[in-house]
Design a protein around this ligand. Structure first.
Ligand code: 13P
Ligand code: SF4
Length: 359
């Protein structure tokens, strides 16, 4: 590991310059397992030791040490979603949370640079809320099947078909789609957002299952779209009932992107942070988190008395984010999130309306 990576150029920055030109590129530090790295990362290893074998830590630790050092040097903050891998969630993230928490935290960030460890729509939301900050995502291809399921033109057609019906879009959408809608929602506030209009019919798009799960909790008639999360749509009621039958003590905790019949047999349904809080508060002896499987790994060390039953469904998009790519982001200032100014103001309004909603 080199003592201090060298800034090879410092840019003053104009809007037309790339992030690399504005901030300069830093040479990638040498990644070595030294006594200093071992000491610097010893406390962090304690948090992930159940998931990363001791003999593998010398591969991870130099990245963790380099990222944490460069974050300070760059005045950068790392926002990480609850589905990130344990070494990101516990060892390099400054703020972790569900989509709503990350969006709210993004409004309070002091740092000049935000590195979003999550998927593209999350980074785009951070950029909308921080138009003058630099927002980077370690892999631009980290998408989302829900965000891909609908376009701005689709929303315009829905408005023509249902004139006057308010449009609520799940935050898992592109800025182009957000720009066409009245307000955003996340899995933790969808019912409240839908009811905030005080009308009897609302379009809640694009997640069909989330919309059905919201409809079960409100008198408002919900119209929706046929988008699905490729991770949550794979869970079935039969699979979960088989776990329950094998061990009736198991509690089932599900995300509302799951099909209705899955949510119907769950003991609790909520956003990723809602699910985490449920487990931390109730400490069920055995629990099955019906969601992306890194989440159980991330919280298991904080609730050692809970046994996690893990049917492993991974989100391939979330898993594109890795320590080497985060380090490259910090060194090379890539990949920068930019939002077309023609849509940014309208999209920001939809996100801000949600963030500012009183609870
Ligand atoms: P949360 O807002 O509950 O974190 O969900 C985001 C997501 O993408 C779940 O698949
Ligand atoms: Fe999108 Fe599903 Fe991945 Fe969440 S888990 S980012 S909804 S594909």
């Amino acid at each position: 590991m080199s003592d201090s990576p060298q800034v090879s150029s410092i840019a003053t920055g104009t809007t037309t310059q790339s992030a690399a030109e504005r901030f300069g590129v830093i040479e990638r530090p040498t990644l070595e397992w030294t006594p200093q790295v071992a000491e610097e990362t010893a406390d962090l290893y304690e948090k992930v030791k159940d998931h990363i074998p001791k003999m593998e830590w010398p591969v991870y630790a130099p990245y963790v040490a380099a990222i944490n050092r460069l974050k300070k040097e760059r005045n950068a903050v790392i926002l990480a979603h609850n589905y990130q891998t344990p070494e990101i969630y516990h060892c390099v993230a400054d703020i972790v949370g569900d989509s709503l928490q990350l969006a709210k935290e993004a409004t309070k960030v002091d740092a000049e640079i935000i590195i979003q460890c999550g998927v593209h729509f999350m980074a785009e939301t951070s950029k909308l809320l921080n138009p003058h900050k630099t927002v980077l995502i370690p892999d631009m291809k980290a998408g989302c099947s829900l965000a891909e399921s609908i376009t701005g033109a689709d929303v315009r057609l829905l408005r023509e078909r249902y004139p006057g019906v308010p449009v609520v879009t799940y935050v898992n959408t592109s800025a182009e789609v957000k720009a066409e809608t009245d307000i955003c929602c996340t899995s933790s506030n969808a019912v409240q957002v839908v009811e905030s209009f005080g009308v009897d019919k609302v379009l809640c798009i694009p997640d069909e299952y989330l919309a059905q799960n919201v409809a079960a909790q409100t008198k408002v008639k919900i119209l929706t779209w046929k988008g699905h999360c490729e991770v949550h749509e794979r869970f079935t009621a039969e699979e979960l009932l088989a776990y329950k039958e094998a061990d009736p003590e198991i509690e089932i905790v599900a995300h509302p992107e799951c099909p209705r019949e899955v949510v119907e047999i769950a003991d609790y349904t909520g956003s990723t942070s809602g699910m985490i809080n449920y487990v931390k508060d109730r400490k069920p002896p055995k629990v099955l988190l019906v969601t992306e499987c890194s989440m159980a790994s991330n919280i298991s060390s904080e609730v050692p008395e809970v046994n996690f039953v893990k049917p492993c469904n991974l989100c391939p998009h979330m898993k594109r984010i890795t320590l080497p790519k985060i380090l490259d982001s910090l060194c090379e200032m890539k990949e920068e999130i930019l939002v077309d100014p023609a849509i940014a103001d309208r999209a920001r309004l939809a996100v801000e309306r949600m963030v500012n909603l009183k609870h």
